[in-house]
Design a protein. Sequence first.
Length: 367
Amino acid sequence: METLCKTLFLIPTVDSGGIETYLLRFLKTHKSQMDVTILVRTYNSGDLYNEYKALDIPLLFMPLGYLKIGRWWKYYRFYKRNGFDTICDFNANMAGIPVWLAYLAGIKNRITFYRQGKDHFRTSFLKRAYNNLLNRMVYRYSTKILANSKSAINFFFSYRKQDDSKFKVINNGVDFNQFRKKINKTGLRQRLAIPANAFVIGHIGRLDKSKNHSTILKVASELIRCNQNIYLVLCGNGTEKLIDDVNILGISENVRLLGYRQDIPSLLQIFDLFYFPSITEGQPNALIEAMAAGVPVVASNIEPVKEIISDSSMLFNPFDTANVIKYIRVMIKDPSQASGCINMNELYRSFNAALRFDDFLKELENV
């Protein structure tokens, strides 16, 4: 009987973020091909806890801390006791200590997977110095450094040689069939109290400064002020907390704050436009999924988005409200006049889940 690769995944939380969603999707289709353990670097539960537990694989909560030497020793002993073949840490530069400990414990395949587009420590000299140290540890002690975009590698490892074989880009994977299923759009709009003939602008993303919800609300407010048949739908963990901002703008009748949802493929089908003005991203699943569902998009012109959308006519500065409003008004008046198109064949080749997950599995099994 073939021995399965004994693999440990380290994730920051079990909330509904991009990292956690990516790994959950991967394991739903590939867990039988590995002997898997998941280590969560916090004590807290989250939106995806039940879905992770349903995988029926070990799910452990073990915070590491920054300079907690006792916890470092606990990690090292955990590694030695379990004899993992592969460790894959999704915590970007914060993987520095765990990957170093994995090296000391004799784990052969040590992968760090970058799925962010920014540093978490850029506020003080000491924090920046600590962050840079961790980054150098990742580079030295990882046998492979993966990222879901070229821009992430360029941002975190600008000092690398361009032909360094330690680095590899693996795009996000999307199940295109899931986003092509037809639903009763009118029925779903009715349940959300949205008229069947309304123009619906949608966004999917957790409440976070990087998602730029303030700009989304500014654009929606200006559009709704002139056209009461425009509606805004915001989905994502924490978006329900925007109710006060919506009320201040006086657009509550035309805005739906749905919070965390599990029916994203259905919700995308009631959108007439997906607006995605993120300030920073790794490689946004939500944007790729909207495109897979055939929803017209307007997005920010940041580098990770440019890797997905080559047509610059759909891309704007994240804070450019005037030109976005002008573009959307053209779409509403005559959708055929709006510039930009999506090459679905190219999108499928780049982000097909089966292909990209197989790429990831090969790296995990490269012992």
